[in-house]
Ligand binder design. Structure first.
Ligand SMILES: Nc1ncnc2c1ncn2[C@@H]1O[C@H](COP(=O)(O)OP(=O)(O)OP(=O)(O)O)[C@@H](O)[C@H]1O
Length: 233
């Protein structure tokens, strides 16, 4: 059965006001189904990150409706929104956002511990995920002892700890060389298959877009068009 995981209904987002107002998104409509791997592409400033922030519940729309996993985000009180964000949505940023004083294993298990998961279970899950991203041997290393590609894989593992239904990634390969990018792309393609996750990511990379199942082209805060890539994640 067709299941819509995320929906934007005539969503606009304005930053600032008066003379400084910028419309980052203008009446955007988008529907994302379970298991899709959607790549948002378009020139810098076209609104990709703004769209991801709305889906993540980090930001609220100025107009329109954002529905994620059956919840209308505009109507959710802050506590419920945080719960949804932490528990059901995995987020991967370009700059990794790993905590520098923690080891890879500790970084990955952190979302579990914050949600009250038993430490033993969090550790077991973290180890299994690090193995999945090919980093079992790096579990005790801190971010500064790892390459950019390795840190990004740790960030992907961390985003998956709570088995999110929706994974959002902003330029996940932006700081990586082509070999490391390839590994991260493969990882994303595997995610849907192995974890049943739905993926939405913003990218400037042709390779990442080509690995997706649908490319959404944006410009000036609007969706210009879409194309199926024909490859399921
Ligand atoms: N916090 C903010 N305050 C003011 N303006 C903002 C803010 N965030 C984004 N904008 C503006 O909104 C527009 C869309 O920005 P956004 O970051 O969503 O684009 P993007 O497509 O992700 O760009 P990039 O590819 O460079 O990351 C831009 O004009 C940007 O300057």
């Amino acid at each position: 059965m067709r299941r819509v995981v995320a929906l934007l209904d005539r969503v606009s987002k304005q930053y600032g006001s008066g003379e400084n107002a910028t419309w980052a998104l203008r009446s955007v409509c988008l529907e994302i189904e379970q298991g899709e791997f959607v790549a948002l592409v378009g020139p810098s400033g076209c609104g990709k990150s703004s769209l991801l922030h709305l889906l993540a519940g980090i930001d609220r729309p100025s107009q329109g409706r954002v529905v994620v996993l059956g919840q209308s985000l505009g109507e959710l009180e802050e506590r419920k929104l945080t719960e949804l964000r932490l528990g059901r949505i995995g987020i991967v940023f370009q700059f990794f956002n790993l905590l520098p004083t923690l080891t890879a294993e500790e970084n990955v298990e952190l979302p579990g511990l914050l949600r009250g998961m038993a430490p033993k279970e969090a550790r077991q899950r973290a180890r299994a995920l690090l193995e999945e991203v090919g980093l079992s041997h790096r579990g005790r290393h801190r971010p500064e002892q790892m390459s950019g590609g390795e840190m990004q894989r740790v960030a992907v593992a961390r985003a998956l700890l709570l088995e999110p239904a929706l994974v959002l990634a902003d330029e996940p390969t932006g700081n990586l060389d082509s070999e490391a990018s390839q590994t991260v792309i493969e990882l994303f393609r595997d995610l849907g298959r192995r974890h049943g996750a739905t993926l939405v990511l913003a990218t400037h990379s042709q390779e990442v877009a080509a690995a997706s199942s649908r490319i959404v082209r944006m410009r000036d805060g609007q969706i210009l068009g879409e194309e199926p890539v024909g490859r399921k994640p």
